[in-house]
Design a protein around this ligand. Structure first.
Ligand code: HAM
Length: 423
């Protein structure tokens, strides 16, 4: 009997949870700032939602879905991503019938049966946003800006934004014709999956991670060069807006992103500091035909999602520290002996109104207490020994700045609070 968590899943607690909570809190604030409202959809859907939404010949649908029959024999699937579910919900509840764009965000666990590695899990978490009903390239720029701002707010500095356009129903067939005639004499160089993709859905060959297929694709025609006037104008405007917003980008002509629903603008945020294939922290794009394919009105849309787990891992690797609750630093109250506790309780009663405080409930060696505080992201340590307790004095260490201050509790409380607030 195996009582460990299933392969590719994780129990998240302690420091790891702190990173994730910080990412979620930051994203939620930012989504609200950009006027996106939260939506929650079920963790599983009728399998058809993903088969139709994501596309029958994508890797996700072909190989990665957790699909099962319920007791009535209905085929259900644990959601591998959020967009198809959100679109299903928008149509079911006619959420598109109010002012457009409809702007929603979500946060939840997703499931893909992939080979687990660092940053690639079978149960993982995404934060995403979708904007429905507007085809103006301004909204493409807003979504990309939002993605960019999110990583900036989290403290990242050197991420890269890749963009591309994969055209529309008008221009894509022209490209695919060229692409297929380029591939035809090279079919023997492709892997067995890509040989099937050649017949079923050649665009998906761009998703293949195998070096030999990447080599073939690298020298072939690029969809960007086959865009119709409308798609070309659209991506040119998106690029102009990105320039206006001072957002750095790189056009990556081989970017297609493994979903069939995308049209026109697609983008991905990657970190070159991650040397594995798991270097994409987030991505998104336009999906102008998905809503009508689902039986809804003919309505354009665009969105993105970031991987919370991958982002948390990279923050930890790069030593990006989550800012503390309320933007204030956490305070560790260290009693040097039993007699310190009445004063410690008096201080914590005041400080806990505004700050996260923890008390050492068992007096120990000061050095090891300070080490523990530093390791656990406490910005300050208040040290109360016998003298401090009897004279109501506070010795406080700024752990990050390696500075120490003394305050008289009865007369300098406000000064102490200003210090903690960073004033
Ligand atoms: P995606 O690129 O498949 O896009 O996923 C978004 C992010 O989720 C990835 O960049 C990655 O950070 C994370 N992710 C994906 N798979 C895993 C995994 N197995 N383990 C850990 N993290 C993972 C989408 O899902 C689209 N629905 C995004 C979108 C929204 N497009 C339009 N609207």
């Amino acid at each position: 009997m195996d009582l460990n968590s299933p392969r590719g899943t994780a129990d998240i607690y302690g420091k790891d949870l702190k990173y994730r909570n910080f990412i979620e809190d930051t994203a939620k604030k930012l989504f609200k700032n950009f006027n996106y409202a939260e939506i929650k959809t079920p963790t599983f859907e009728h399998t058809e939602v993903f088969n139709r939404g994501i596309g029958e010949s994508t890797d996700i649908v072909q190989k990665e879905m957790y699909t099962f029959k319920d007791k009535k024999g209905r085929s259900l699937t644990l959601r591998p991503e959020g967009t198809a579910s959100v679109v299903r919900a928008i149509i079911e509840h006619k959420l598109y019938s109010k002012r457009l764009p409809l702007k929603v965000f979500y946060n939840g666990n997703m499931f893909r049966y992939e080979r687990p590695q660092k940053g690639r899990m079978r149960e993982f978490h995404q934060l995403g946003a979708e904007a429905v009903g507007i085809d103006n390239p301004v909204i493409d720029a807003e979504i990309i800006w939002l993605t960019n701002r999110l990583f900036e707010e989290l403290g990242f500095k050197n991420l890269e934004l890749l963009i591309n356009s994969i055209g529309c129903v008008e221009c894509r067939p022209n490209f695919l014709k060229e692409f297929k005639s380029y591939l035809e004499p090279r079919l023997d160089k492709l892997c067995s999956d890509c040989k099937i993709r050649y017949y079923k859905n050649p665009l998906r060959i761009f998703d293949c991670k195998k070096t030999k297929c990447k080599e073939v694709v690298k020298n072939g025609p690029k969809i960007f060069n086959y865009l119709c006037d409308n798609c070309r104008k659209h991506i040119d405007s998106v690029i102009d807006y990105l320039k206006k917003l001072n957002i750095k980008y790189e056009i990556n002509y081989n970017l297609v992103r493994g979903f069939d629903y995308y049209t026109k603008t697609i983008f991905e945020v990657i970190s070159k500091q991650i040397k594995s294939a798991q270097n994409a922290l987030g991505g998104g794009g336009r999906y102008d035909n998905l809503i009508s394919q689902f039986g809804g009105p003919d309505m354009p849309a665009i969105g993105f999602a970031i991987g919370v787990d991958r982002t948390a891992i990279l923050m930890e690797q790069l030593k990006i520290k989550p800012k503390c609750f309320n933007g204030f630093k956490k305070v560790y109250l260290i009693a040097m002996e039993e007699k310190s506790y009445p004063f410690i309780l008096e201080i914590s009663k005041v400080l806990r109104k505004d700050f996260i405080c923890e008390i050492n409930f068992k007096p120990k060696n000061l050095g090891s207490e300070l080490k523990w505080a530093e390791k656990n992201d406490f910005g300050f340590a208040v040290i109360i020994g016998e003298e401090e307790a009897s004279e109501k004095k506070i010795t406080i260490k700024d752990i990050e700045e390696y500075k120490q201050y003394e305050f008289d509790w009865l007369t300098q409380k406000d000064k102490l609070i200003d210090l903690l607030k960073g004033k």
